[in-house]
Structures are given as structure tokens and as C-alpha cells.
Design a protein. Sequence first.
Length: 465
Amino acid sequence: MELAPFKTGASTLLAFSTIFSIASCTSKSEQNGSAGTFKIIGKVANTSDFSDVTVQITSVQSGLTSKTLILTAAEERPNSSGELLIGVEIGCYNMSVIKPGFRSRGFENVCVNDSTPEYDLGQIGLSVERRFVMTASLDKYVFMAGGYNSDSMYSTVDVLDVTTGKMDVANLSKRRARGVGVAVGNKAIFAGGEACESEGYSSCAISSIVDIFDISSKTWSATSLSTARLDLAAGVTSDGYAVFAGGSTATGASNVVDIFNSNTGAWSTATLPAARFGMSAIAVGTKIFFAGGSGPDSSGVTKTTRIDVFEPSTGIWTVENLSVARRYFPTVKVGTKLLFAGGQLDCWPCSASGVVDIYDISNGSWSTATLSTPRELLVGASDGVIAVFAGGEANGSQGTDKVDIYDSSTDTWSTSVLSQARTNIAVAVNGNKAYFVGGNLDSQGFSNVIDVFDFASKSFVSSSF
């Protein structure tokens, strides 16, 4: 397992293991001593992989044999269909399956009779369920950093190897959420947000921390933004600039822009023409579009239609405008078009927009489309041809599983659904797949689910090993 790349300081970070224990119901009709079989199924990167799996089967009936299998012997390997068959005596058991780096589901009533019950080892997932995760995609890895739930803020960085489906775990320098992550050059960068000194929420403040992972040296380092802020926006240009703009400070919206030049390693600053937070950002060549958001005026906080377009290599700003003022929405690029989808309108209570503003960068023209369901706090992803807009809040408070898909090659829209209705999701694109990470589940708490969307098939695919 590739643990070494994700060391923090001098401590080697261990890959997490998940164990599901299934308490079974004892059936008097079971006849002890007869032969039965468990079938366990699973996939990694479309091939059977039961390496590193330990299966513990403990009898809950007298006269049955308990066993522990470490899958090394030939007779304990999967068959040609990717199934692992485990012979046991007919009866009921507690069963635990341990696979480093994978989340497993729990099942009830693990009893074997004349049939062969099947158990799927489960999907990849976050090590801790949480929302407001910061993501970055670098090389073959998706980094999912920080976030929080009702218990605490987290420094956890779940690192997914998309070629194997295995997870390692690292840590940020502080417990942190509501910042932003990007990848530029050979670095994954996680900037700003709210940080806590300890477990819980008694020692938290808006943060200027920037944690940086260098994939070439396999090391972490830390620096600071020029101004502490959360809910900032960021983009990466084709000529190697990572730009972190706006955000919310302890005193209101910020107009600060921090710029990292990956070619020289130098940081510099600029000024956002209109201070605001909750913007959406998208890079197009050497420019970055910072769209919408909220900024202060004499009456309080006002949403804007403004799009500030910045070229960091020249320091030049230009302006465009959305058709509707809003904040907390995604922007993606497909072909020559930028799609600004949904967002938050008036508050409180908040209402959501279904408008998709479409800007054609080839001729400067604007048009609009409409999401299947108006919503705010949704996320977007693209492979350059297909755009996907997933989750978010509808009607001001209700999380949704709605997914809108736009195919720029045919100029058509379709829909799908997430595995869970949720909002405050994070997203990262690696190769031909998008990874929709965590979030919160209305009254049911928080999610550790990672939904995987395949751009080639325009559908969600299994993320189980």
C-alpha cells in the first residue's frame, strides 16, 4: 500500500481500515454441522482484488466452528467471477470483513442455510462523515481535506488512489473547513477557511492557513494567506498561477486576492474590484472568472451579477455580468462555453435559482438554460465536453439528489440522481470521472459517501472494490 507519499512531518500515516460487524439472528430451524457457503463480492478498478482482506466469522450458536481467514491461500482466492466463497457450517454467525482503505456496509441476519447469501464489501468513502470538505486532484490521487460535522472540525485528509480504489489518510496542520483546494504544478494547496485548535468548536476562528502537499518530494508544508478568510474562491490558470480571491472575514466581505506562481514559488497579492464572498470561479486559459457572490452595501449584504475576469500574468481586470444576481453556485467549462448554474437568491428564508447562464468565450455571446430543479449550494464538474451539476438545496432548506447533465457535443440535457440527497458536497475531477464527496443529509446528519460519475457513459458507476 502506498503510505509513504502522505506522511505529515516525521510520522507515517496509516491507511484506515473499516470493519463491519453483523449481529445475526439465531434461527432454531438451522441444522448445525451441515455444509453451507458465504459469498462475498467486490471490485477494485474493475478487477477482483481481495488482497489484504481478513474475514472473521464467529459463531453465535453452540457447536459451530469459528474461523479467521487471511486471504493468501489459493483456495481462499476469488473465483473467475470475482466472488469469494467461504465454506461454513449451516447456522448463524457474527461476521467482520476488514479491508484497509475501504468503507463497508453492515448487514443483518448473517445466517447460512441451504442457500448462499451474498455480501458486498461496500463502497469507498470518507473515513469520517462530514461536509465542507476541500478537494484537489493531483496525478492519480483525489485529496479530500478537512470538513466538519456536528461533533467536531477535522484535519483529516482522505487520499484516494483512483487507479486502485485504495485510501490513505493524512492530516492538515489544523482542523479546518470552508476553505478551498486546488492543484497547480506538482502541488495540492488547501487555503483559508475556519480552523479549530482542538476537538469541538470552542477554539475556532477564521483562518489564513495554507497547507501544501508536494507530490514530487512527498512532503507537506504550510504558509499563510495575506488575510484570514473563509468562503473564498480559487482557480488555476494554464500558465501556472493559483489565485485565491475574496471571501468573508471577521468584519465582512474581502477584496483581497492572493496569487501563487507555481513557476517561481512566489506569492503576491492583488485587489478584487468588488469585495464579496460566495463567488464561483472558473479558469479559462490564462484568465479566471470570479462570478456572483455577496458584498456589503449600506443596507447590509447584497448579491451581485458581477463577474470579474482576472489575468494574473498581466494584472488586468475586465467585467461581465450574469443575468441574475446570486451566490453559492458552480461554474464549469464545456467546449467554448462557461455554464453558471443555479445559486442562492433572496434570504431569509433563502430561495434558489434554476437559471443557467451560458457564456460563449469564442464570440462573447450570452444565452440561458434552466436546471430541472432550482437549487443553491450545488456543485459542478466537467471533463470539457460533459457538465454535471449535482445535489444542493431546493426550497431553501431541503437537500436534493437531483443531477443535471449537459452534453455540449449534442447540446442536450438529461438528468440523474445521487445515491443520497444532500447539500454542501465537495467535488473533484480525475481522469474521466468526477467524485462527489460527503455533505449533509437534512435531518439525518452527515455523509461519508463518494458518488462516482463516469463522463464516458454519462452515468454514476459503482465505487466498490
